[in-house]
Write a new protein. Structure first.
Length: 134
C-alpha cells in the first residue's frame, strides 16, 4: 500500500540521518548559536564567533543554518590559516541548510570568523556550529 511504502521511506530516511550523525551524538560537543542581521547594504561584517582557549584549536564538526535571504554568500573561515570552513549560497528555494558531519580544524589559537555579503537588506540568518577544542 502507499501508506506502508511512505512509512518505510520515512523510517529509512530517519535511520540514515541517525547513522550519519551517530558519532556526534556520542561526543561532548560545544555549540555556538546566534541570529545575525545583515546591514542595509546586505553585509554582515567579519566577526569572531568562537575563540579557543590558549594553546588549543577549534575542530568544527557540524553546521546548520537558516536564512531569510535568497542570494549572496555566507562565510565561515579560519582566516589565519586561510581555511574556508563553510560557504552557503542561498537560492530562491533553499532557505534552510542542514549540515553534514565534518572535521575541519584551524591552527592553535586561531579564531573562527563569520561574515556575509550580498545577502539583502536587513535579512536574518540563524547559525548553529557544533565544535570541540583540541
Amino acid at each position: 500500500s502507499t501508506a506502508a511504502s511512505n512509512s518505510k521511506l520515512v523510517e529509512d530516511l530517519l535511520q540514515s540521518i541517525f547513522d550519519g550523525h551517530e558519532p556526534l551524538l556520542r561526543e561532548q560537543l560545544k555549540t555556538f548559536t546566534n541570529e545575525f542581521l545583515s546591514s542595509s547594504i546586505g553585509v554582515i561584517t567579519s566577526q569572531t564567533i568562537i575563540t579557543p582557549p590558549t594553546g588549543k584549536k577549534i575542530s568544527v564538526k557540524i553546521i546548520n543554518a537558516s536564512t531569510e535571504s535568497s542570494g549572496g554568500v555566507y562565510n565561515l573561515d579560519f582566516l589565519t590559516s586561510a581555511i574556508k570552513v563553510w560557504r552557503y549560497y542561498p537560492g530562491a528555494n533553499s532557505s534552510i541548510w542542514q549540515g553534514a558531519v565534518m572535521h575541519i580544524e584551524g591552527v592553535v589559537d586561531e579564531e573562527l570568523k563569520f561574515s556575509a555579503t550580498g545577502v539583502g537588506n536587513t535579512r536574518k540568518m540563524f547559525l548553529q556550529v557544533g565544535y570541540e577544542f583540541k
